[in-house]
Design a binder for this molecule. Structure first.
Ligand code: PLP
Length: 348
């Protein structure tokens, strides 16, 4: 693999930090409507939420323009990434993905016994779709594509990706992780969901953790071909892990378009601020379409994390292609000012 991640000794407590910028959380959420829904529905916590879950599935299906049978819910998209990996790789095989990319599904596939075929991103940090297609063989059970990608924040061209998914899914299922898509102004246009209605063997993952600011409330879903939904739900139950209150929080948050627009706008503003500051300091960040920015630094990753933590700032550090990188999540404007001033102190 192309990269490794430095993880701090102890995960910092959000309350003692000045700026918690290490987990790509939305600093504005949850939506006030989602919080109200949790409060109002907590008294129903003695009940299983099957009917309520199906109502949420219908609502999501209508928004995505797909049949409700093609939706599978989970407590966060992690649950569905992991379940997909466990079910598809039960009998071994290999997984093709970019390197670096988001490792959750890949790691579970590897632990289940799969081989990881890691294809370096291109120089412009987009997916090398040609090389990925070439890497597919008779043992390939899944192609995983994270777009926009984590930890790079970069996008792969929409038309090229659509063409790749449309053609290559005839040979092997493709998993497209769209966790950060909601931060784009034209998110709906950039989604791969339309392929599901064309009967393609694709799985598109979405989460309420990012643009909806509900990382701690845990709701995510996949839109997938019926074949895949059946294959996974034969073995595992999708929505069983979601709490009664979170189902209503997700529904209320979907209605609060104003909150999503605010999150997107403030994220873009704070991200532009950080990028301008990094420009001034001479750091070569990767242009980001997400709620985080990554750039190379000239310091040992562990030392860097600890020095930043001493100043009350939590970020992440990765080793990518022999360089050390800092990945900073986009918080509020005030948090980003604390981040840039801490960075100046630490990286002198
Ligand atoms: N996919 C990507 C690319 C992510 O970055 C994350 C979380 O950071 C997830 C999936 C999982 O998020 P969740 O389980 O909260 O939906």
């Amino acid at each position: 693999p192309f990269f490794e991640e430095y993880v701090p000794k102890a995960f910092p407590d959000a309350k003692v930090l000045k700026a918690k910028l290490n987990a790509n959380e939305n600093p504005y959420g949850p939506s006030p409507k989602a919080i109200k829904a949790v409060q109002e529905k907590a008294f129903m916590g003695n009940r299983y939420a099957w009917t309520e879950l199906f109502d949420l599935i219908d609502k999501i299906a209508a928004q995505e323009g797909v049949d409700p049978k093609r939706i599978m819910m989970g407590p966060g998209s992690s649950d569905l990434l992991e379940k997909t990996a466990m079910v598809l790789f039960m009998e071994g095989g290999n997984i093709v993905s970019a390197d670096p990319s988001y490792m959750s599904l890949i790691q579970v596939a590897q632990s289940t016994g799969a081989e990881w075929k890691a294809i370096p991103l291109k120089k412009d940090w987009s997916h090398d779709l040609k090389a990925m297609e070439k890497a597919i063989d008779s043992e390939t059970k899944l192609v995983y594509i994270c777009n926009p990608n984590n930890p790079t924040g970069s996008m792969t061209d929409h038309a090229e990706l659509l063409d790749f998914c449309s053609r290559v899914s005839e040979k092997v299922p493709i998993f497209i992780d769209e966790a950060y898509l909601g931060f784009l102004d034209d998110a709906a246009k950039k989604s791969m969901v339309s392929l599901v209605n064309e009967g393609k063997d694709v799985i598109i993952a979405r989460t309420f953790s990012k643009i909806h600011g509900m990382a701690g409330l845990r709701v995510g879903y996949v839109v997938a071909s019926e074949k895949i939904v059946d294959q996974i739900s034969k073995i595992t139950r999708g929505g069983m892990g979601i709490s009664y209150t979170s189902i209503f929080a997700a529904s209320a948050s979907m209605d609060d378009v104003e909150f999503q627009n605010k999150s997107r706008k403030l994220n873009t503003e704070a991200r532009s601020y950080v990028c301008k500051e990094l420009d001034k300091l001479g750091y070569q960040y990767i242009p980001s379409s997400t709620s985080f920015v990554i750039f190379p630094i000239e310091m040992d990753g562990k030392v860097f994390l600890e020095k930043m933590m001493d100043l009350g700032v939590a970020v992440r550090s990765f080793k990518i292609m022999d360089k050390t990188w800092c990945r900073v999540s986009i918080g509020t404007m005030d948090e980003m000012k604390i981040f840039t001033s801490s960075l100046k102190q630490v990286l002198v």
